[in-house]
Write a protein that binds this ligand. Structure first.
Ligand SMILES: NC(=O)c1ccc[n+]([C@@H]2O[C@H](COP(=O)([O-])OP(=O)(O)OC[C@H]3O[C@@H](n4cnc5c(N)ncnc54)[C@H](OP(=O)(O)O)[C@@H]3O)[C@@H](O)[C@H]2O)c1
Length: 252
C-alpha cells in the first residue's frame, strides 16, 4: 500500500521545512519529483538528496505569487515528465500583526503568499490532471485556519488558511468528475525555519504542554504519513477533507 512508483509529485516550498520533508517522503515511496521555490541553490541541494534515493527530480525556481512564472513552471514540468499526478500546495509566508495594527501591505502580502498562490498553482497544474483523468491535490493549511489564537497576532494568516480549507472543498467538488481529488492537511506546531524562533522559547514550550494533548511540537517527518496517504491510489474515495496533524490541539 501507499506505493508511489510511476507517479509524478509536485511540491511547492520544497527548499526547506515541511515541503522538503514531504518531498523526501514521496521519493522514499518511489515518486518522481518536481520541487519548486525561489531559492534555487537550496532546491538543487534538495534535488541531489532526492535523486540519491533512486528517483528523478526536477527543481524549478518559481515565485508562486507570480502568475506567469507559475504557468511556465507547469509547462516545464509537463515537458519533462509528460504528466503530473500529485500536487502539494505547501509554500507559504506571512507578515504578522493584529487586526488593529495590520497595514494593507502586510494583509495583501499574506493573502497573496498563502491563499492566492494556492489558487494560481492549482489553476496551472490541475488542467493536466484533468486531461489524464487522475489527480491528487493536497493543500497545506494550518490549525490556525480553523481557530483563533491567544499567543500571537496573526489575523491575515488565519484568514488565508481558513480560505485554503474552503478552497479545497470547492475544488474537490468541481474536479471530482475528472477523478481529481483535493484535500487539506492542517499541521499543528512543527519545528521549521518558519517557526523555530517562536517554538523554542520557554513561554511557547509551556503553552504547548498545556494546550497540545501530546505535549510537544511535531518532529521532522511527522507530517509525511498524512501526505503520502492522501497522495496514494488508496485514498481514491477521500476528497474535500481536512486532516489535522496537530498532536490533538484542535480537539480540546
Ligand atoms: N511549521 C509549522 O508549524 C506550520 C504549521 C502550520 C502550517 N504550516 C504551513 O506549512 C507550510 C510550510 O511551512 P514551513 O514551516 O515548512 O515553512 P518554511 O520552512 O519557511 O518553508 C516555506 C517554504 O515556502 C517557500 N516560499 C515562501 N514564499 C514563496 C513564494 N512566494 N514562492 C515560492 N516559494 C515560496 C520557501 O521557499 P523560498 O524562500 O526558497 O522561496 C520555503 O521553501 C506553510 O504553508 C505554512 O503556513 C506550518
Amino acid at each position: 500500500m501507499f506505493d508511489l512508483h510511476g507517479r509524478v509529485a509536485v511540491v511547492t516550498g520544497a527548499s526547506s521545512g515541511l515541503g522538503l520533508q514531504m518531498s523526501m517522503g514521496f521519493a522514499k515511496q518511489g515518486a518522481d519529483l518536481v520541487i519548486m521555490a525561489r531559492r534555487f541553490e537550496k532546491l538543487e541541494k534538495v534535488a541531489e538528496k532526492i535523486r540519491a534515493l533512486g528517483v528523478r527530480c526536477l527543481p524549478i525556481k518559481c515565485d508562486i505569487t507570480d502568475t506567469e512564472a507559475v504557468f511556465r513552471a507547469a509547462e516545464e514540468a509537463i515537458k519533462y515528465y509528460g504528466k503530473v499526478d500529485i500536487l502539494v500546495n505547501n509554500a507559504g509566508a506571512s507578515k504578522n500583526a493584529g487586526v488593529l495594527d495590520m497595514t494593507d501591505e502586510e494583509w495583501n502580502f499574506t493573502l497573496q503568499a498563502d491563499l492566492t498562490s494556492v489558487f494560481k498553482v492549482t489553476r496551472a497544474f490541475a488542467k493536466y490532471m484533468v486531461e489524464k483523468r487522475y489527480g491528487r491535490i493536497i493543500n497545506i493549511a494550518s490549525i490556525y485556519g480553523q481557530v483563533g489564537n491567544t499567543v500571537m497576532d496573526t489575523v491575515a494568516y488565519h484568514s488565508s488558511k481558513g480560505g485554503v480549507i474552503n478552497f479545497t472543498r470547492a475544488v474537490a467538488a468541481e474536479l471530482a468528475k475528472y477523478n481529481v481529488t483535493c484535500n487539506t492537511i492542517s499541521p499543528g506546531y512543527f519545528e521549521t525555519e518558519l517557526t523555530i524562533d517562536t517554538l523554542q522559547t520557554e513561554s511557547f514550550t509551556a503553552f504547548m504542554k498545556s494546550s497540545v494533548p501530546l505535549g510537544r511540537y511535531g518532529h521532522e517527518g511527522e507530517l509525511n504519513p498524512a501526505a503520502i496517504f492522501l497522495a496514494s491510489d488508496e485514498a481514491s474515495y477521500i476528497t474535500g477533507q481536512n486532516i489535522k496533524v496537530d498532536g490533538g490541539y484542535t480537539s480540546v
